[in-house]
Design a protein around this ligand. Structure first.
Ligand SMILES: *Cc1c(COP(=O)(O)O)cnc(C)c1O
Length: 492
């Protein structure tokens, strides 16, 4: 399996190259030249496997330049002992028609762990294959959860350094504390005076700046990315959608009409992974793309016009406060049948004018495969309250966005197909907001809110959150949004 670039389809590189480098030189994103297909027999085999085996089976189809032993070593390392459940992606059943795919049982309590526990293994293995003996510097822009998950994954990993940039006022207090208290000798964390898009644009700029690259190379370093622009982030995410399908089969569900998947979406990585699962053969009927008040994707799916020239809102689902969804570029490439020139022109228009419009054929494809919807903070809070009172199920603010949009989808379409909701974070990462949905008494302190939420609901607090109680802040730097280059150089 070779990988090409969304902006230059003559590129042809190995998966090890794509993962070690993160992004293509001309700014495009790597993706596999074709999508491997799973047969009925494959699915039968998968149904009889545990999560780790399913992961190895699926990754082997994408990472064909990795040996079987290497992949086994990587997935076992990633998924053994680091999740609080035997299955890192269990389903919670809410009635006949809805199941919640809980993706937050890992060390940082967000779905990013599923990919970021594995990525360091893949990257170190890939880098050894490249034989260039360079140390890897991972640059991360985060809207809150990627940063911590990447820090945890790369903490003290040999021959790597990791530098994280987060919007200093745009993450939850728990997310901030998770990052600023990170242990490890190879880690650095910076707040920036700006939002996630500023952080992401800044990081992309550093990646493609030739003079910085040269400086780095002289020092024996090269850059890579732990954001979902790296294929090594996306491939592990395909696994849990296929795994969820197998789990539904094993429950004896009738899936002849397929099942829907709802994904609370920001950078379009998680939902893109669901699209790959569908394209590989999992019978996913509709992919429901849920946004908060930053509803650029909802408008795009409905109109074919992507327009980031709009107000940016800070919401109670901060990990989705994004106006430039990087991974949409891969979807544009797939739906244009690999027309890299066309994708480049759209991306150029986006960076120069902040807007692009796709052609009618592509509009049709987006509408057929996806449904786009959004909700505001009030609806998010109301949804948390409703699901708690109806099912005794406590969800976080991002998952609530998904549930709220799902409700609109059912009202609008009458489609009552079995539906899987991707649940992307533990409610305890956003304790105050979640508590406000079910209580009038909101204490000031973050850990007092955790305590109150636990007392009220009896839902146990994840160990990694407990462990933060006495954490010491190590990183308190806040920099200007054009100061990323200096921060990188001074960190090395
Ligand atoms: C990152 C994140 C999202 C958005 O996922 P994308 O892959 O960027 O679309 C949603 N919810 C939570 C909790 C997240 O951390």
């Amino acid at each position: 399996m070779k990988y090409t670039s969304t902006r230059d389809n003559k590129k042809s590189v190995s998966s090890a190259f794509a993962i070690a480098h993160g992004i293509s030189d001309e700014g495009g994103l790597f993706l596999p030249e074709s999508i491997p297909q799973l047969s009925l027999d494959d699915f039968k085999l998968l149904c009889g496997m545990k999560y780790v085996e399913r992961a190895a089976f699926i990754l082997k189809k994408y990472l064909t330049d990795f040996s079987v032993d290497e992949i086994d070593y990587c997935v076992k390392g990633a998924y053994t002992g680091s999740f609080d459940d035997d299955n890192p992606a269990p389903l919670a059943v809410l009635g006949d028609k809805t199941q919640v795919l809980e993706l937050w049982h890992g060390p940082t309590c967000a779905f990013k762990d599923l990919a970021l526990q594995l990525l360091p293994y893949l990257m170190v293995t890939a880098s050894k294959k490249q034989c260039d003996n360079k140390k890897i510097v991972i640059l991360v822009a985060t809207s809150g959860d990627t940063g911590k998950a990447a820090l945890e994954g790369f903490c003290d990993v040999e021959n790597t350094k990791i530098i994280v940039f987060y919007p200093s006022e745009g993450v939850s207090p728990m997310q901030k504390l998770q990052m600023t208290s990170q242990k490890g000798d190879n880690v650095r964390v910076f707040g920036i005076k700006g939002n996630f898009d500023d952080a992401q644009t800044g990081v992309k700029k550093v990646f493609t700046d030739e003079s910085i690259k040269e400086k780095l190379s002289d020092m024996g370093y090269e850059f890579s990315s732990a954001n979902s622009i790296n294929w090594g982030r996306l491939a592990p995410q395909i696994v849990y959608y296929i795994s969820a399908f197998c789990d539904l089969m094993n429950q004896g569900k009738d899936l002849s009409g397929g099942f829907n998947v709802v994904v609370p979406t920001g950078n379009f990585g998680n939902i893109l992974a669901a699209y790959y699962a569908k394209a590989m053969g999992a019978p996913i009927k509709k992919l429901i793309c849920a946004s908060n008040k930053n509803n650029v994707l909802t408008d795009f799916i409905n109109s074919g016009v992507y327009n980031r020239n709009r107000d940016f809102y800070s919401t109670i689902s901060p990990s989705m406060d994004i106006l430039i969804s990087s991974n949409l570029e891969r979807m544009l490439y797939l739906f244009s049948e690999g027309n890299a020139e066309y994708v480049s022109s759209l991306q150029k228009s986006l960076s120069e004018k902040g807007v692009f419009e796709i052609n009618d054929d592509m509009k049709q494809k987006f509408k057929t495969v996806f449904y786009g919807g959004c909700c505001d903070d009030n609806e998010t809070i109301n949804t948390i309250r409703e699901y708690y009172s109806e099912y005794g199920y406590l969800c976080d603010t991002h998952t609530a966005v998904a549930l709220s949009v799902y409700k609109k989808y059912v009202e609008e379409t009458g489609d009552d197909t079995l539906t899987v909701i991707a649940s992307t974070a533990s409610p305890y990462k956003f304790s105050k907001s979640v508590l406000s949905a079910i209580s009038d008494n909101i204490p000031d302190g973050e850990f007092e809110a955790v305590e109150a939420l636990k007392e009220k609901t009896n839902v146990s607090v994840p160990k990694p959150i407990e462990a933060l109680r006495n954490a010491k802040v190590r990183f308190s730097d806040v920099i200007e949004k054009d100061g990323l280059e200096n921060a990188v150089i001074s960190s090395l």
